[in-house]
Design a protein around this ligand. Structure first.
Ligand code: IMP
Length: 426
């Protein structure tokens, strides 16, 4: 059975959670390998909505192990909250169901405080982060002064790590930003208690994933955010602080690149972006708001409205190259019903189609206008059920991106999905 990486090809919110949930019955483990609770993965089953920020989107499938890999940054409170929310829905996740790698870095109170204070101080130049402490936590990881999950299970080590880090953080919080200092004793007590509560889930994730492989099982690597929020390949500096591309799946989980068989890119049938930063196909005015309203384009994590634009083929084509996409999943096609004409960006003026500009700030998109459709698509279960102009739209996107479409999503519900490819079956 194949091991599959699923990544976003735009600026996040492409519908990865739904696709991962849809594919999860065919895999033995779903692993998150980067990001943290800045993500918001929405699962809708029989009209019931579940939004996950940290746990992998395999949680609703019995027998699927949900792994939080070493590359993730973890807020232990959020992990416990999500487990409690699942329990309240009758889904008890035990240590056999959820695995947290001891090398994952922990989002500490100073990360949350500094994310907020820095963003506020930046004013118009802010990144528009989710204020979940993601950037400051990754910063400390790379600077080799972070606190990892294993530290929460060792009182002496935790005390030492807090004592060596907090004075610097408090200096920044108090002297630079005029904030209130954090208490080492309080944090130590809180995080030791949190450590005790998550201890049962802490296990070498690489061993779990390698055991799945030895048994001939399948692993699904669930990316968070999107390709153009990648800290290296994205629209820097308006990016997140981790590598979101498929290549990160290996480093963030401890599985070698030779184990990856397929890379599925998730692309929304149009484009959205939340937070600051350039978006060449952005639609201004009433039309953009109409798309925002119809698509329910409000952040699953922060509730912020997402800016909307038309499908940008050069963007997704570049994502196909740098992720090594083998398949594409096209989501939210149903949202485009009712538009008489649907423009698509087919090129950037003067830019070679095999290259991608270092900055998108000054690119001029070249549009092709395709005919729209009026029909409600949510009951469609095969391509033949789609109106001809919609089929043409899907086929044109496949052609422009140059990657075969594996599935087309026509509604938020798990069942509102058209399967066109043979991943796991062919
Ligand atoms: P951070 O990841 O919270 O540091 O935010 C950095 C940028 O990434 C901001 O523009 C956020 O809005 C964006 N971002 C982070 N996570 C997501 C996500 O899951 N979906 C969409 N945008 C995200």
């Amino acid at each position: 059975m194949p091991n599959v990486v699923v990544v976003g090809t735009q600026w996040g919110d492409e519908g990865k959670g739904k696709v991962v949930d849809f594919l999860s019955p065919q895999v033995d483990a779903v692993v998150r390998f980067q990001g943290g609770n800045n993500a918001g993965h929405t699962l809708v089953v029989d009209g019931d909505t579940l939004v996950l920020h940290l746990l992998p989107s395999g949680v609703l499938r019995a027998g699927c192990t949900c792994v939080i890999g070493n590359g993730v940054v973890v807020d232990p409170r959020v992990l416990l909250e999500e487990l409690a929310a699942l329990r309240a829905r009758g889904r008890e996740m035990g240590p056999g169901d959820v695995v947290l790698d001891p090398h994952a870095h922990v989002i500490m109170p100073w990360h949350l405080a500094l994310d907020r204070l820095r963003e506020a101080a930046l004013g118009d130049r802010r990144i528009g982060t989710t204020c979940r402490g993601i950037g400051p936590c990754y910063e400390d990881k790379v600077a080799r002064r972070g606190i990892i999950v294993a530290d929460l299970l060792d009182p002496v080590r935790l005390r030492d790590r807090i004592a060596s880090t907090l004075p610097w953080k408090n200096r920044e919080i108090v002297e630079w930003f005029g904030g209130d200092p954090l208490s080492a004793e309080r944090i130590e007590a809180d995080f030791l208690a949190l450590g005790e509560r998550i201890a049962a889930y802490v296990r070498d994730a690489t061993a779990v994933l390698h055991a799945v492989q030895r048994r001939g099982g399948s692993i699904l690597f669930e990316g968070a955010q999107g390709t153009f929020l990648d800290v290296d390949h994205g629209t820097y500096p308006h990016v997140t602080s981790s590598n979101t591309v498929a290549g990160a799946a290996c480093a963030g989980s401890g599985v070698g690149p030779t184990a990856i068989d397929e890379v599925v890119g998730i692309a929304k049938a149009y484009t959205t972006r939340v937070g600051a930063g350039v978006m060449p196909s952005q639609i201004s005015g009433a039309l953009g708001e109409q798309l925002q309203e119809r698509g329910g384009e409000f952040g699953a994590t922060t509730g912020r409205p997402r800016r909307c634009g038309w499908f940008d083929a050069p963007l997704v084509r570049h994502a196909a190259r740098i992720n090594g996409l083998t398949r594409l999943a096209l989501t939210k096609v149903d949202v485009l019903s009712g538009f008489a004409e649907i423009p698509v960006v087919v090129a950037y003026e003067g830019v070679d189609s095999d290259e991608f500009p270092a900055s998108l700030t000054d690119v001029r998109p070249v549009f092709e206008v395709l005919p729209g459709w009026d029909e409600d698509l949510t009951a469609a279960r095969s391509l033949a059920d789609l109106p001809p102009t919609c089929r043409r739209y899907v086929a044109r996107i496949e052609e422009l991106v140059g990657v075969p479409i594996e599935l087309v999503s026509v509604g938020a519900d798990r069942d509102a999905t058209i399967r066109t490819g043979d991943l796991f079956t062919g």
